[in-house]
Design a protein around this ligand. Structure first.
Ligand code: ADP
Ligand code: MG
Length: 671
């Protein structure tokens, strides 16, 4: 008699869809004479999803159902009487697994396991196996009930899922450019990928279980930024932002951050996915581009203003020359006291105008420079007294001289004027006192580090004050001519523009650093020269030798100018000096006259004229009339003339506007 308990238990194994409930099946006549035992036996034999069979105590098969035939491939008559170990793999058999299974069932009342089994055709399947011992009423073991299920597909699906999860984990783990990790709803770190380790510098065991706010700056943490980010993500599903974050070593990086909220099927927040990217490089590149654009714009602006200014100043100079010469002629003719005074005041106005054009030309980098090798330490030392006097007693003044300062090639007088300009600006910025420091320093620059300067050695002169400082919009315009924030009559707006023009003309660069309320530092950079400083560097005085006039020469002078006004004034000037005057309105006409009149003693010509210019006329004159005296007049600086016309040192050049006195003394020395 079978002990039926285990078999009844089998019927409730889930998934056995094809089990027909024989106990209550209406298709079976209710009045069937079948006994319970018979019904059960029918049930077992018709189950097709489970191999259900029995073994005798030695493991030999004693029964076989439809499911067993279906799963293992043997018919009942083929297999009954065989040892059940034949379903095991060779390896398992040799390892004694079948015997162990029976022993376990016998000793523990149950054996359950999953492992490979072999079908009749030799193919393998993944089996879920249960073995139950069967005992008679006296507890005597009479055999085993064995139930086997083919779960190969389930195992394959589980395996596939596990592999897919593993691949995904490896993918996330292996991403190096993004820090990917998850947070609990409270912001505790749950996991940590390789990118996170790489970007933030912490290993997984250092951070898992800690709060993610540790990556924020102290300031952001105090301002509650981490919590705010989580709050927004929780409410809106997503939070995206950029900001500074801190690596383990304390270094900051600019991070692009996305926080996604994760909800379970019921809509409950279970945590956050956090993606962080280090975009410091990108941000730096964008900033550098912005800076380069701003610098380019600034340079172009200064260039454009420079050209305009230079052009206006040059034309203005010509007008002043007309007036200046006219005044000179008038003052020779008019004797009345009142008129003399009037003329003197007019002349002062003309001189002020001329000085203004010099300042503008200086900004436009069109001023002639008397360059010499100077040591700026020496230059400033000799000038310290003047700077000191420009300040008031509420301002403390100190100069820091760098040791071993290389020489620079510079116009000393103009450098002094530039320095004075800066010191006066600093004084104006410190009406209530403060500190002014001038310092010199040798610096090595990389190309592009300061403005458009090439790489190399430079001498830097810094003028720092603790004054009002400038807002950025004033810094941007401070170098422009006529830009001033000072009240009318106090500022001309020409100080810094002259400094700028002079320094850039000298091959250098000017930088402004200013902070409102803190102060300003103006740095002048000048290229260091390898040569030693010239022995005497200092201010250069003009020496007018006003010797007495020894009789007027009855020379013939040819005056050439394309400006009719200037031509008239020039002619008048020479006539008033007692010369016989010929005039020409352009170079060609001048050359024709020079060919006809070999008795011309002096050529006085404008340089810049359409057609043949003054230099060409002068050369032609020297050919035609050896020994002719030549004086060229120009509103352009020497340097510009040389660039345009080549070497002109052989000729005497006067800068417009010129004074009658200058012309007279020039006539005496010219050859
Ligand atoms: P000005 O001194 O005649 O106004 P500048 O060209 O010398 O002309 O200076 C232009 C402007 O730059 C000044 O009006 C002032 O606003 C600003 N500035 C120059 N130097 C300083 C400084 N050291 N501190 C504060 N502002 C300054
Ligand atoms: Mg000034």
């Amino acid at each position: 008699m079978l002990h039926l308990q285990p078999i009844q238990a089998l019927i409730v194994i889930p998934g056995s869809m094809s089990v027909r409930n024989i106990m209550t099946d209406p298709q079976l006549p209710s009045d069937s004479p079948l006994s319970i035992d018979r019904r059960l036996s029918l049930l077992v034999s018709s189950v097709s999803d489970y191999a259900i069979y029995m073994l005798d105590p030695g493991g030999y098969i004693t029964s076989w159902n439809a499911g067993a035939e279906h799963i293992k491939g043997y018919k009942a008559e083929e297999i009954i009487g065989s040892h059940f170990s034949r379903f095991y793999t060779e390896e398992d058999r040799q390892a004694g697994v079948p015997e162990r299974a029976l022993r376990t069932a016998r000793e523990e009342g149950k054996f359950e396991a999953e492992s490979w089994r072999v079908r009749k055709d030799g193919s393998r399947f993944w089996a879920s196996v249960a073995i139950d011992p069967i005992r008679d009423e006296n507890g005597q073991l009479i055999g085993f009930a064995k139930v086997t299920r083919d779960v190969t597909e389930r195992r394959a699906a589980q395996e596939a899922l596990r592999e897919s999860e593993e691949r995904f984990r490896l993918l996330v783990q292996g991403v190096t450019d993004y820090a990917l990790y998850m947070l609990s709803p409270e912001g505790m770190i749950n996991n940590w990928n390789f990118g996170a380790e790489r970007i933030k510098g912490y290993s997984a065991d250092e951070v898992i279980g800690t709060h993610f706010s540790r990556f924020y700056t102290e300031q952001d943490r105090n301002a509650g930024l981490p919590q705010r980010g989580l709050g927004i993500a929780a409410r809106e599903g997503r939070y995206e932002n950029e900001g500074w974050r801190v690596r383990k070593d304390g270094e900051r990086f600019w991070a692009h951050v996305v926080i996604d909220a994760i909800y379970d099927d019921g809509g409950k927040l279970v945590g956050f996915a956090k993606i962080t990217r280090d975009i410091t490089e990108k941000k730096r590149a964008a900033e550098a581009l912005e800076q380069a654009n701003a610098a380019l714009f600034q340079a172009q602006k200064m260039e454009a203003i420079g050209q305009l200014t230079g052009g206006v100043a040059h034309d203005f100079n010509n007008l002043l020359a007309v007036m200046s010469n006219g005044l000179d002629v008038l003052s020779l003719r008019l004797q009345a006291h009142a008129e003399v005074k009037l003329i003197a005041s007019m002349r002062r106005a003309v001189e002020r105008g001329a000085a203004l054009t010099q300042q503008l030309l200086s900004f436009a980098r069109q001023q002639p420079l008397k360059v010499e090798n100077s040591n700026l330490n020496g230059l400033i030392r000799g000038f310290e007294g003047v700077l000191q006097r420009a300040l008031n007693p509420t301002i403390s003044f100190e100069v820091n001289y760098a040791a071993h300062l290389p020489a620079v090639s510079i116009d000393a007088a103009r450098f002094e004027a530039a320095l004075l300009n800066l010191v006066v600006n600093a004084r104006d910025a410190m009406p209530n006192g403060g500190q002014l420091r001038v310092s010199t320093k040798k610096v090595e620059l990389r190309a592009g580090e300061v403005g458009r300067l090439d790489s190399g050695s430079y001498v830097m002169v810094a003028v720092s004050d603790t004054g009002s400082g400038m807002p950025p919009e004033v810094v941007a315009r401070a170098l422009e001519p006529f830009f001033t924030t000072k009240e009318v009559g106090k500022g001309t707006g020409l100080g810094l523009s002259q400094v700028y023009g002079f320094i850039t003309q000298s091959g250098g660069e000017v930088t402004l650093h200013s902070e409102v309320g803190k102060g300003t530092t103006v740095c002048l950079y000048l290229p260091a020269t390898s040569g030693a400083a010239d022995s005497k560097s200092g201010t250069s005085g003009t020496d007018h030798r006003d010797d007495d006039e020894d009789g007027t020469q009855r020379d013939i002078v040819l005056v050439v100018d394309d400006e009719p006004d200037l031509l008239d004034v020039g002619a008048e000037l020479f006539r008033s000096l007692g010369y016989e005057v010929l005039t020409a309105g352009d170079g060609q006409q001048a050359c024709r006259i020079l060919k006809q009149r070999k008795d011309i003693g002096i050529l006085f010509s404008d340089v810049v004229m359409p057609g043949s210019n003054g230099v060409e006329v002068a050369r032609a004159a020297r050919n035609l009339i050896p020994g002719i005296k030549v004086i060229l007049a120009s509103g352009y600086p020497m340097q510009a003339l040389k660039t345009a016309h080549g070497e002109i040192d052989e000729f005497s050049v006067m800068t417009k506007p010129y004074r009658l006195a200058d012309l007279m003394s020039r006539l005496k020395t010219v050859h």
